[in-house]
Design a protein around this ligand. Structure first.
Ligand code: PLP
Length: 396
């Protein structure tokens, strides 16, 4: 029997495929260095785990309102007020199963069949697949390694047509680690306001920014186009809570009402236990977030130094998130690898190092290395990667 046509428009997550390959190899007893993981390697902070235990002990194990418990919505409002100086009300918040569901709810709530939705490439694949699941069409604006994958407002605005209904931004960006500048964001916000276009921002890595650069996305968009802005955030990366599944959206009340209706008929509420743990994550001391960030910074700096010893591996230091997105085009030309897919496969087969090929992000010629793993693993994996490149260069 034929499946629904929408299933033919999408493919399953290529980043998750790397994870499942590593799992399979490890089950078969193969020792693999995993640079594929898109999640923190740290345990969830103790205070958050304790709140989860407490929720169980207090039998907080029932349905909650589909859009989340009030206390968590207030905690989200308070966090954004403290971090960005913006004011959101409870009616402007929905709690979702990760940032992914916040983005998915937004796509289903905002986009119609035939609408165009602009985003920047390379991109995290779910962003475009979700647009397609809403029967809309993703329109890609290229960003380039030469200027650190900067998102230029002029290029985004030039892609606007009469059919444009939305712009999706991801900052810090997975896979590039780039941040949108406030002036570019403001210009996009102004264009959106003039032309009545939704601006959806994936802020899942908002707490993982290494330097004190201006990056107040909620305030800048709040000033330019608050009525058209949907901010999607997540506890996953900031608090090392990927498995708990907790994210949120902040948006005009009408958008939140539509998202809540969709969610109420699909997944209902986020796990009650998770919600109670997330309250603690957002309201207790934020020291664990800073400690994890400091460790990511040390790893980023070491990995950068090790890998950049080989001039054939080209990359800038990422400004946010925990990925290094490396231009391997010089290596590809060395030894007959036709694609970064082939390179990544050979690296896995020969050196037992798993990386995500650039094709997963619509960026052939690149590989993504996640440094959300221990320093020893980074040392071992980068040694193997450098040796792999050297061996292939010799063979060429
Ligand atoms: C750019 C980006 N957005 C959103 C997510 C969603 O994460 P979660 O649903 O766990 O919040 C991810 C996860 O990898 C991501 O990389």
């Amino acid at each position: 029997m034929p499946l629904a046509t929408r299933t033919t428009r999408i493919s399953s997550s290529p980043t998750m495929k790397v994870t499942s390959t590593v799992d399979r190899l490890r089950r078969e007893g193969v020792e693999v260095v995993d640079f594929g993981a898109g999640e923190p390697d740290f345990p969830t902070p103790e205070q958050v785990k304790a709140a989860g235990h407490e929720a169980l002990d207090e039998n907080l194990t029932k349905y909650t309102p589909a859009s989340g418990v009030s206390e968590l919505k207030r905690a989200i409002c308070d966090r954004y007020r403290a971090d960005y100086g913006v004011d959101y009300k409870e009616s402007e918040i929905i709690v979702t199963a990760g940032g992914k569901q916040a983005l998915f709810n937004a796509a289903l709530s905002l986009f119609n069949p035939g609408d165009e939705v602009i985003t920047h490439a390379p991109y995290w694949p779910s962003l475009t697949e979700q647009v397609k699941l809403a029967d809309a069409t993703p329109v890609l604006v290229r960003t380039h390694a030469e200027d650190g994958f900067a998102i230029h407002a002029r290029d985004m605005i030039a892609a606007i047509t009469p059919r444009t209904r939305g712009i999706i931004l991801n900052s810090p960006c997975n896979p590039t680690g780039a941040l949108i500048s406030e002036p570019d964001l403001a210009a996009i916000g102004d264009a959106a306001a003039r032309q009545g276009i939704w601006v959806v921002v994936d802020l899942c890595y908002e707490r993982l920014i290494y330097d004190a650069v201006p990056h107040n996305v909620p305030r800048v968009l709040g000033e330019r186009c608050r009525d058209l802005t949907v901010l999607c955030g997540s506890a996953s990366k900031a608090y090392s809570m990927t498995g708990w599944r907790c994210g949120w959206a902040l948006a005009p009340a009408a958008v939140i009402a539509a998202c809540s209706a969709i969610q109420s008929h699909s997944t209902s509420n986020v796990s009650s236990i998770t919600q109670h743990a997330a309250i603690t994550a957002l309201t207790a001391s934020q020291a664990p977030v800073r400690e994890m960030l400091d460790e990511y910074r040390r790893r980023r700096d070491s990995l950068f130094e090790w890998l950049m010893a080989d001039p054939r591996l080209r990359c800038r230091k990422p400004a946010g998130a925990f990925y290094m997105f490396i231009d391997i085009s010089d290596v590809l030309s060395l030894d007959g690898f036709r694609t970064s897919n082939e390179f990544a496969q050979a690296l896995l087969d020969e050196a037992r190092v798993a990386v995500t090929p650039g094709e997963a992000f619509d960026a052939p010629g690149f590989i993504r290395i996640s440094y959300a793993t221990s320093m020893e693993t980074l040392r071992e994996g980068s040694t193997r990667l450098l040796e792999f490149v050297r061996a292939h260069a010799r063979a060429a």
